[in-house]
Write a protein that binds this ligand. Sequence first.
Ligand code: UD1
Ligand code: UDP
Length: 358
Amino acid sequence: MKTTVLSIVGARPQFIKLFPLSREVRKHFDEKIIHTGQHFDPEMSDTFFRELGIPEPDINLGINQGGHGDQTGRMLISLEKQMTQLQPDLVIVFGDTNTTLAGALAAAKLHIPTVHVEAGLRSFNRTMPEEINRVVSDHTADHLFAPTQSAIDNLAHEGLQDRTHHTGDIMVDASRAIAHKARQKSSIFTELDLDGSYMLMTLHRPYNVDDTEKLSLIFRKLGEVDHTIVFPIHPRTRKMVDHHRITIPGNIRLIRPLGYLDFTSMLVHAEKIITDSGGIQKEAYIHKKPCLTVRPETEWTETVTDGWNRLIQPGDDNFTGEIRSFRPHTPQSDIFGRDVARTMVEVIKNHILTKEKK
Ligand code: UD1
Ligand code: UDP
């Protein structure tokens, strides 16, 4: 009987990570996909499955909203039931969301071998929900796929070196798969009637957007940047802007969240990127775009030490100055690896499944 691999996803960045890995996994194994339902707007979920040709999830749990405990708890209960029925040989979880945590925990309690893709990232900021999710998922999963050297070092520091595999970052494969199409300007430019230079922005971290005063300050400061800033707005941020009627300066164009092709096309043609997203810091580096990260720290430390990513905070005197003047000129190094999906599947075949069968 063919080995069954269960991939568990729920949030936008996980669909993008699943896209190249699923294609490779399906060359060797039966794959089942569970979508927890954490992200549910068509433009945050369905668009990615359709556009990237990701197979429809076998099951969608439809779990979203609620506080962290409520959301994660409901996922845990449902995932345990589904895993008990499906009896997968291996579970794969991705990144650092509540979906990741619930998936890793449910599988561990059922003694199903589990891979954590994007293991070992640490911001060392425990007020971030993602930091708690990462630490618990890493200590729960059996096999840790680390994207970078700093991730490997973090795992070793926590005594997890024996479970660690240096695979590279799966987003390299996702970016590469879409790069050719994205370099030709997608129809989003016509749709937005956008001609000329612009910066591309995303913001969704609770510590930037859940505090009205901070979010208003960020917008005010960005209003002082004398440049068009296109902002595909995350539903979390949209809710805050609408609910608190936050003033949006004239140079900022709020648009709906974009599909991966449109977003990557906008990224590769942008002058600079302003973000608090984990994935977009990496994509900016991969596509050689200057990145200004609105955060006090980052897990993607190599992008900063390489000189292509700069951390900025709205309270900084030089916030707008940094945005205007940041121009990296240092050469890039090979932070994220290449041919990552293939490497991951080789590790699963040659190390994980053989070991689990002993
Ligand atoms: C989640 C992840 C975060 C990740 C982000 C990617 C957790 C704790 N956080 O944050 O790590 O960076 O996804 O985008 O798992 N909403 C909608 N429609 C949607 C999706 C969300 O309206 O399609 C609303 C939710 O109802 C909620 C808010 O946006 O009110 C936040 O959604 P949630 O999934 O809880 O967290 P994110 O901020 O999206
Ligand atoms: N992204 C997208 N459309 C958008 C904004 C982002 O396709 O409008 C993609 C982006 O290219 C990246 C991923 O979504 O691959 C990042 O997701 P997000 O910022 O939501 O989460 P994070 O990476 O911070 O967890």
